[in-house]
Ligand binder design. Structure first.
Ligand code: 3HC
Length: 704
């Protein structure tokens, strides 16, 4: 139903036995818009004054209970009635109220539920307070009522993890009062209320209850863990502060303090960035031109090549419910592949995510073969074989005579030209890139590469598959590195310039850690091994323009066998099998001698300068990607960096940051960089065009 069919999205329906139903109908997710808050306030007033009503059930139509405040309204000046006040009406209602939960009762939605005297739910429902993920804290009593309901430690866990709690746990810890097993939630909730009437006990609202006891020691340790894990992000720490208030302040004082923090954070840069990430994840799925195209049906998937990447891809598909066949060309390769797939699930058992029996069932669900002929029924085949053009062309040529005419042939290549791979086929329109990130069953990002001849239907199918895999699927065009690796390669080059110009490895890592990346880039290079990039560098060097600056240091490191952690040495030293990086005097010496050889006079770079240039470099490459129509929109680029490259989500992504910081400032930094670094570092004309037209980069359309 359309939203404008609901002038008042809240209605009060009188039922039998003196029970009224307060019904909310605000599709798609019953968010607490201004109209809903107003309607809810009026509904409670009606329940209060109508003497024929003895109690009420709060129930939502559609796919879910209230999914929270309306995120579109956050960051704008709030309009009365404010949510905490509406919930205060529920809380103070003299007649018992029960909220009937289905779908997801999240954020303000669960705060409304906690404003009621009781909560009942369908077994599949989930509840949670994910506000921290949006850069705010629960702002309608969540941090004050939840500790009263379940104690500070459990409240802090739920609020800072943003997790959705399943009903078995919710019942066990007291988040809900009863599960409704019948199909009819509303009838079940009414029966629950009638039973409560029978007990003769007056309901006690949560605000009047004392705070539940908590284990001080484990609460302190949880707080320490959260502080470490969420480094750089403000909202989790502020949420903890507000939860602490629940124990030291009165309910009213705690609510006032919570509100003050909420309002301050709602208009913060971090909250704006996190809202951008929330809506960005949803925007990327909406691809102009594909809205009305039906995807092909995909059930049988084959993965060719069972190395680390291939087995991860296979597991990702199996976990999403596809029927998966794994192909290796030799029996020995197949045995190793079986071992890798089994290893993924046995790892799950070790981490307590799966039982042994579940793991065995999973492993048994895969088919393994060495024969391409076994793929005749496949709907989608993904190759994850050796990164070599001829190998891939031969494989696809052989495949086309085996599979059906509608089978999609996907390549997981990171760098090769997919147009060239597709060129050997009779049906190049069936070829698409599916670029997974390792470990493919865990990493959220999937780049869907739209080759020159890829059919829209194939692209729509890839998007539907990405959604089923629960990936953040971003469409990219064909170029060296697509969106993510292309920006990253440019960034890597910049990090090498910093080194050669005078910064030390540790200084650069420290600057990037401070920026919010989970690890310093040089530590990451050591972790992944320097030899893969070495091969790419050699390939790239051949196509570089003569004037382009090239830093030899990484190659020299590889020549000395400093290949990263696996070799016990890379950019750092790793003593006695330890994975802890220690600054290396050998590397420092090598870097110093390269500076001398090239006649570079060393200059110190501050963390701030490193961060500023890294960001500007990413924005510039992102703009070049937009201009070449490799990405559809700036937001697509942000989603790639947030979900595949550890860019701190609370910064929203480089393209978002460009608008936040101001394009003129970015251009100034880029001009300095262009003057210093020369060829390849020209400022993208997209930035100048935006400045000239007075528009934000976010408004850039790739149709321009
Ligand atoms: N406000 C506004 N729009 C919302 C919304 C919200 N709280 N939640 C979802 N939507 C929109 C989405 O943007 C999407 O719109 P679109 O179709 O135009 O793209 C549509 O509703 C459907 O959402 P999904 O595609 O995400 O649908 P799913 O079924 O996959 O997921 C969901 C449903 C689990 C409810 C998911 O949407 C979700 O997690 N929503 C956000 C929940 C949340 O963070 N709530 C807290 C809000 S802050 C708050 O409550 C502050 C309070 O403490 C004062």
């Amino acid at each position: 139903m359309d939203q404008h069919n609901h002038p008042n999205p809240v209605s009060v329906i009188k039922a039998e036995n003196g029970i009224a139903v307060i019904q909310i109908d605000n599709p798609p997710v019953n968010a607490l818009s201004h109209a809903v808050r107003l309607g809810l306030k009026q509904a409670i007033e009606q329940v209060e004054v109508d003497e024929s009503i003895k109690g009420a059930v709060l129930h939502c139509l559609g796919r879910t209970f209230i999914a929270g405040a309306d995120i579109k309204e956050l960051g704008k000046p709030p309009k009365q009635p404010y949510l905490p006040d509406v919930i205060a009406y529920l809380d103070a209602c003299s007649k018992p109220l029960v909220s009937a939960l289905h779908g997801t009762a999240l954020g303000g939605g669960f705060e409304v539920a906690m404003g009621c005297h009781y909560r009942v739910a369908l077994p599949q429902a989930r509840v949670g307070l994910p506000e921290v993920k949006l850069g705010i804290i629960p702002g309608a009593g969540g941090t004050q009522r939840l500790p009263r309901l379940i104690g500070q430690e459990k409240a802090a866990d739920i609020i800072t993890s943003c997790r959705q709690v399943k009903m078995t746990e919710a019942l066990e810890i007291g988040l809900i009062d009863a599960l409704i097993d019948e199909n009819d939630l509303l009838e079940g909730a009414k029966s629950f209320l009638i039973k409560q009437f029978g007990t003769g006990e007056a309901p006690v609202s949560i605000s009047k209850r004392p705070i539940m006891e908590t284990n001080e020691e484990s609460y302190a340790s949880l707080k320490a863990k959260v502080t470490k894990r969420t480094r750089g992000q403000i909202s989790p720490i502020k949420a903890l502060e507000s939860i602490d208030n629940a124990a030291t302040l009165s309910f009213e004082e705690g609510m006032a303090a919570e509100r003050a923090i909420f309002l301050e954070l709602a208009s913060s840069d971090q909250a704006a960035a996190l809202r951008h990430a929330f809506f960005g994840e949803r925007t990327i799925a909406k691809v102009p031109g594909l809205e009305n195209i039906d995807p092909r049906s995909v059930t049988d998937v084959a993965v060719i090549g069972a190395g680390n990447m291939g087995s991860g891809i296979a597991a990702a598909f199996a976990d999403a419910g596809y029927s998966v066949t794994v192909v290796e060309m030799s029996e020995a390769g197949l045995e190793q592949g079986k071992g890798r797939v089994a290893g993924i699930y046995q790892g799950g058992v070790k981490r307590g995510k799966l039982t042994q029996e579940q793991a065995e069932r999973k492993i048994a669900s895969f088919s393994f073969t060495t024969q391409l002929a076994d793929l005749s029924r496949s709907d989608l085949v993904i190759e994850a074989v050796f990164e070599d053009m001829q190998v891939k062309k031969d494989l696809f040529t052989n495949l086309q005579s085996v599979v059906g005419p509608d089978c999609i042939l996907a390549t997981n290549t990171s760098y090769l030209d997919i147009n060239e791979i597709a060129s050997v086929l009779e049906k190049p329109e069936n070829v698409v890139g599916l670029h997974f990130f390792s470990p493919a069953n865990i990493m959220k990002l999937l780049e869907i590469v739209d080759a020159e001849k890829t059919a829209p239907e194939v692209l729509a199918t890839a998007l539907a598959v990405g959604k089923k895999l629960r990936k953040i699927a971003v469409i990219a065009g064909v170029c060296d590195g697509f969106i993510g690796n292309r920006i990253w390669a440019r960034n890597r080059q910049l990090l090498e310039f910093f080194l050669e110009d005078g910064a030390e490895v540790e200084d650069i890592d420290k600057a990037m850690l401070e920026f919010g990346f989970p690890m310093g880039p040089y530590s990451v290079f050591d972790l992944s091994g320097l030899d893969i990039a070495w091969a790419q560098r050699k390939r790239k060097k051949t196509s570089m323009k003569p004037a382009e600056r090239y830093v030899e240091i990484p190659d020299l490191l590889c020549e000395q066998g400093r290949l990263g952690i696996k070799a016990g040495k890379g950019w750092y030293d790793y003593e006695d099998g330890s994975r802890k990086p220690q600054p290396s005097s050998e590397v420092a010496k090598l870097v110093a001698s390269e500076r001398v050889r090239k006649g570079i006079s060393q200059r110190k770079l501050s963390s701030e300068e490193i961060q500023k240039r890294v960001l500007a470099g990413m924005i510039n490459e992102g703009c070049k990607i937009l201009q070449e129509k490799i990405a559809l929109r700036p937001v697509d680029i942000d989603m790639v960096l947030l979900n595949g490259y550890g860019y701190p989500v609370w910064r929203g992504g480089p393209m978002f940051a460009a608008d936040q910081l101001g394009l003129a400032d970015i251009v100034r930094t880029l001009k300095e960089m262009e003057a210093e670094y020369g060829e390849g570092w020209e400022v993208s004309p997209v930035l100048a065009a935006c400045i000239e037209r007075g528009m934000k980069l976010a408004e850039w359309q790739c149709t321009e």
